[in-house]
Design a protein around this ligand. Structure first.
Ligand SMILES: [Zn+2]
Length: 246
């Protein structure tokens, strides 16, 4: 099961009928309509990771870069393997599995658990009813909903031993994306002078580093790393350079 580098959805597979993508889902794959969402989501993730001291080098190759982003996303929340370490008996019936699912989710993935509040008291009769109800609740977009159901694990011929851990992985990743989204984005001027100075210093040292390694499109890279517009980056760098004079 391959996740989109930027979210919890599957990468677009050839069979989806929407083209193919190596790293992204239908909502984030490179196309005109998805470009803004893609950039915004990427900036948000980098920003949250940066805040937690996890720096991703934007000069990496594309595949290495997106792999790092994807791993970084996973690092924001509990590993589903650890979350499921209490033995789950996969031979038992759907209602038992559903209870275990709800209990693991409530303990380890609180934001997702909250989102599932309307369905956590239902008693699904079949495996399919189980994972379909979960995925439909997680997906906000009606258009994408059907495609998310194309996860390999939702194929009903698969055994709980396979699909249950996979569903837990989806939940863990969904949680990470929600954590990123909760840190919403305020690129406006910061009232705190100290913070602004700190940001300028940090920005300038990254700028110098990129310059040393001879990287092209430095301001663009910085814009992505810092979650700011290129214009704002340019202003902040100018301010930094004038600091000694004014
Ligand atoms: Zn995606």
């Amino acid at each position: 099961m391959n996740f989109c580098a930027l979210c919890w959805r599957p990468v677009v597979s050839a069979r989806s009928g929407y083209g193919k993508s190596r790293y992204f889902c239908i909502a984030h794959k490179a196309s005109q309509e998805t470009q803004n969402d893609h950039l915004l989501q990427k900036r948000r993730i980098l920003r949250v990771l940066e805040k937690r001291g996890h720096h991703i080098d934007t000069s990496l190759s594309q595949s290495a870069f997106y792999q790092k982003i994807s791993q970084g996303l996973e690092s924001l929340t509990s590993d589903p393997k650890i979350a499921m370490k209490d033995q789950i008996d996969f031979r038992k019936e759907t209602s038992y599995l559903f209870k275990r699912f709800v209990s693991v989710t409530s303990r380890f993935y609180p934001i997702t658990y909250k989102k599932l509040k309307n369905i956590r008291h239902i008693t699904p009769q079949t495996d399919e009813e189980f994972f379909t109800s979960i995925l439909i609740t997680l997906e906000n977009s009606a258009f994408i909903r059907g495609l998310s159901l194309q996860f390999a694990m939702v194929e009903s011929d698969q055994k709980p031993k396979i699909w249950f851990p996979n569903l837990m992985r989806v939940v863990a990743r969904h949680e990470a994306v929600e954590i990123v989204n909760e840190h919403d984005f305020h690129p406006g001027p910061d009232s705190s002078k100290f913070k602004k100075n700190e940001l300028r210093d940090k920005l300038y040292s990254r700028f110098q580093h990129l310059k040393e390694v001879g990287s092209k499109g430095k301001q663009k890279q910085l814009a992505i790393e810092f979650g700011l517009s290129e214009q704002r980056i340019s202003i902040l760098l100018k301010e930094y350079k004038n600091k000694g004079i004014t």
